[in-house]
Write a protein that binds this ligand. Structure first.
Ligand SMILES: *Cc1c(COP(=O)(O)O)cnc(C)c1O
Length: 392
């Protein structure tokens, strides 16, 4: 038997009620009523979508939520955090320009600066973003842009955001801030003088390790247009399903963030007293090297990331990870559950031991992305793991 209409799309059932959750719309392409109607849409005389790489409803719904969180109008959702970094950098820079970066940026951002941008004739260099004088000394006549993160990975140093924003204003530079670790719950970079805010939405914002996404938003509408053009042409835009998952994740973002932050504070304090512990870094602790700046910039919003160092070598690190059976040992952050990473074998494996030592990292250094489990459970599990590591 043949059904001649089988290949035709089935009409969507009519309904006088409407769904309470955001629909997922995976359509790549949209049909129009006539060439006139299509023309009206392209010319902005009518609303509508044409092709999903350019725009689609799930990306727009997500972008509107993120815009609200960061105080942006017209921000853009992209297929990954690195797509957001790419859109920001290529939306501003051209051959002959110089980009100055913070010296502890995310690994792939550093690689973009060391490898990809120089291939395009864009010069790059790094300086310490906790030290405005060092940043200013690194500015060249051709410097066009500065890229920093508020809290660095994994040493959790806090950039002098306001000092660098003032420097950018004085020297006419574009300041882009990757706000992934801090999130708008802790700081909204545009309110502190940044021009562009960048996110890996993959991390805390989406929060469930099941969507890879980015976001970039600028204060200036022309800059948003330039970044959108780069994203659409280079194909950096996001899939509807990932946008749908991330938007769903955002409904619980503030609850997750607050709980994870409270847990991080408790875990940092608990780790501090344990045997074999040589260092605990948490921006909310008074012994943090940037404690004064933390209070001014972040207040009590000191985040969910804790870094610690135990005595001993790779063997002790292996014992700790094996003993922490219920904590995922995985090089990510921002999941609803706690995850543990070991910079020497993951994010910072490309450095020599000396290079790691210069950052204060050893084989005993761990970074924890604290999740929303009960704090006493986390403290008990980490204590057992740290004690197991200390036993030869
Ligand atoms: C993860 C991360 C990125 C890259 O995001 P992806 O979604 O993995 O591409 C960029 N910046 C920071 C600070 C990150 O943690």
């Amino acid at each position: 038997m043949t059904d001649k209409t089988l290949v035709r799309r089935t009409p969507w059932p009519a309904s006088d009620s409407w769904p309470v959750c955001t629909p997922l719309q995976p359509s790549v392409v949209y049909a129009s009523e006539s060439p006139d109607a299509l023309d009206d849409m392209y010319e902005g005389r009518a609303e509508g979508y044409a092709y999903a790489r350019e725009a689609h409803p799930n990306a727009d719904v997500l972008a509107a939520k993120l815009d609200g969180m960061e105080g942006v109008q017209g921000g853009i959702v992209l297929g990954s955090g690195m797509a957001a970094v790419t859109a920001a950098l290529l939306g501003v820079l051209k051959a002959g320009d110089h980009l100055l970066g913070g010296n502890q940026l995310y690994g792939r951002s550093l690689r973009m600066m060391s490898t990809e941008l120089p291939r395009m004739g864009i010069a790059t260099s790094l300086a310490d973003p906790t030290d405005v004088a060092a940043m200013e000394a690194a500015v060249r006549p051709e410097t066009r842009m500065i890229l920093i993160e508020v809290v660095s990975n994994p040493t959790l140093r806090v950039a002098d955001l306001e000092g660098i924003a003032a420097l950018c204003k004085r020297r006419g530079l574009v300041l882009a801030v990757d706000n992934t670790f801090t999130t708008p719950r802790a700081v909204r970079p545009l309110e502190h003088g940044a021009d562009i805010v960048i996110h890996s939405v993959t991390k805390l914002l989406a929060g469930h390790s099941d969507a890879t996404l980015g976001y970039v938003g600028a204060r200036d509408a022309d800059l948003n247009d330039a970044m959108l053009g780069v994203a659409q042409t280079l194909g950096l835009t996001a899939s509807p399903f990932d946008c749908w998952l991330a938007e769903r994740g955002l409904y619980s973002f503030e609850l997750r963030y607050d709980r994870a932050e409270e847990n991080a504070r408790a875990l940092a304090d608990h780790l501090h007293g344990l045997p074999g512990m040589t260092r605990v870094i948490y921006p909310g602790r008074p012994d943090h090297p940037d404690h004064n700046r933390v209070q001014g910039l972040l207040g009590s919003r000191t985040g969910n990331m804790v870094t610690f160092e135990i005595e001993g070598s790779r063997d002790a690190a292996n014992r700790l990870v094996r003993a922490a059976r219920n904590i995922a040992f995985a090089p990510t952050l921002g999941d609803i559950g706690t995850t543990l990473s070991h910079p020497a074998t993951s994010s910072h494996r490309g450095l020599t031991p000396e290079g790691r030592a210069a950052l204060g990292l050893s084989e005993g250094s761990f970074r924890v992305s604290v999740g929303v489990e009960p704090a006493d459970l986390l403290c008990t599990e980490f204590e057992a793991a740290v004690r197991a590591a200390a036993r030869d």
